[in-house]
Design a protein around this ligand. Structure first.
Ligand code: FES
Ligand SMILES: [Fe+2]
Length: 385
């Protein structure tokens, strides 16, 4: 997939003014329902890193108005069910996460009980009608899969292969031991913007110098409103310039995304020199998650719509177990940096959302640096066609 239109070999940017998506796509409730059906209910949706789910643990996830329980059963197998009792439809779990110590999911209303594989194992009635068979009333399943230690669910009848969601190659983080990591911190925030606004913001750095002063100090090329050296025409003039302002990568002395730029003592062993120099690598699985990879930790960011103008962002920081066990482990130094960046992006996204309601604003226009926004918007257009 390429956004290059009239471009030459040496420039990745857009070379003509491209219309952004129609303004109504960002707030119209009918359009939002259509997007849920065509995009979110038909895709794999990131739930959490699998290390969070020990046997008998569950996490709930809302995909649009669908409330799903994702659990690991006593044998270690992942399962997903609608949070709905087959008796008269009560919700089964009230908590966002927890566990089933007795290996039973018990409905809080009339106390039907289900095994962790979804089978109805007990009702509370004195007698059963002769034509009632418990086998006819298992929990309603959803698809679940684990990709490199990451748990995804899908409401589709026949979900596409998980790889389909990776718009940018998932092999970019092939050298990172994602499946061996554990979650050291989780952060969540509800943002008053459409889910696409947050994704579009993620896909460009035109906003970076004014919105993210600290980030631009750490990643100097962002301070020039681009994320990659080929985003500016004439980059070949600087091709031998080691200055990270042109070449990308972190400022001199910085090793990772942290408040002081210092990385943890325990770093990932298998990275190439270029991956270390680059300072950050990303993969994206649309529509729900991106994962950032640094020399010493990874961070997943899950983006889920709560409504036409409301989006939940959940970030997990993933570490080697020995890094967390290290007595010099400084979680705050790591997490505070990206939280600041995500707060800044959230504010910008809310501002963007607010302005799009002008009656005479039909749609925006994309500038050359916004070629990844174009790719994202084309992805949305294709699914909504
Ligand atoms: S609705 Fe669940 S037991 Fe009645
Ligand atoms: Fe940003």
């Amino acid at each position: 997939m390429s956004a290059k239109l009239l471009g030459t070999e040496d420039f990745d940017g857009l070379t003509r003014a491209e219309p952004s998506l129609p303004a109504g796509w960002y707030f119209d409730p009918d359009w939002y329902r259509k997007e849920l059906e065509s995009i979110h209910y038909g895709s794999w949706i990131y739930v959490c890193h699998g290390s969070v789910l020990k046997p008998k643990d569950f996490q709930r996830i809302a995909i649009g108005d669908q409330d799903i329980i994702v659990l690991r059963d006593e044998r270690g197998e992942l399962r997903a069910f609608h949070n709905t009792c087959r008796h008269r439809g009560s919700a089964l779990c009230r908590e966002a996460a927890g566990n089933f110590p007795n290996r039973l999911i018990r409905c809080p209303y009339h106390q039907w009980a289900y095994a962790l594989d979804g089978r109805l194992v007990a009702t509370t009635s004195h007698v059963q009608a002769p034509d009632f068979d418990k086998a006819d009333y298992p929990l309603l399943p959803a698809s679940v899969c684990e990709w490199r230690g990451c748990v995804f669910v899908s409401l589709a009848d026949n979900p596409p292969p998980i790889e389909v969601g990776f718009a940018r190659g998932s092999d970019r983080i092939g050298n990172w031991p994602l499946e061996d990591l554990v979650v050291g911190h989780t952060w969540r925030k509800t943002m008053q913007c459409n889910w696409k606004v947050f994704w579009e913001n993620f896909n460009e750095c035109l906003h970076c110098p004014n919105i993210h002063p600290e980030l631009c100090e750490t990643v100097p090329i962002y301070g020039r409103r681009i994320s990659y050296y080929r985003d500016e025409p004439g980059w070949t003039e600087h091709v031998d310039d080691p200055d990270p302002k042109f070449r990308g990568g972190l400022r001199a002395g910085a090793e990772t995304w942290s408040m002081d730029g210092q990385a943890l003592r325990h770093r990932f062993a298998g990275l190439s020199e270029e991956e270390v120099r680059r300072g950050q690598s990303y993969i994206v699985n649309l529509p729900s998650v991106f994962i950032a990879a640094h020399v010493d930790y990874m961070r997943s960011v899950r983006i889920l719509p709560l409504g036409p103008e409301s989006t939940e962002v959940v970030a997990e920081w993933l570490f080697l177990p020995e890094a967390i066990a290290d007595n010099e482990f400084d979680l705050d130094n790591i997490t505070r940096f990206a939280i600041r960046v995500m707060e800044q992006d959230g504010d910008a996204s809310e501002l963007n959302q607010q302005g799009m309601h002008a009656r005479d604003f039909k749609q925006g226009v994309l500038m050359p640096e916004e070629h990844y926004v174009k790719i994202f918007q084309d992805w949305v257009r294709e699914r909504m066609a």
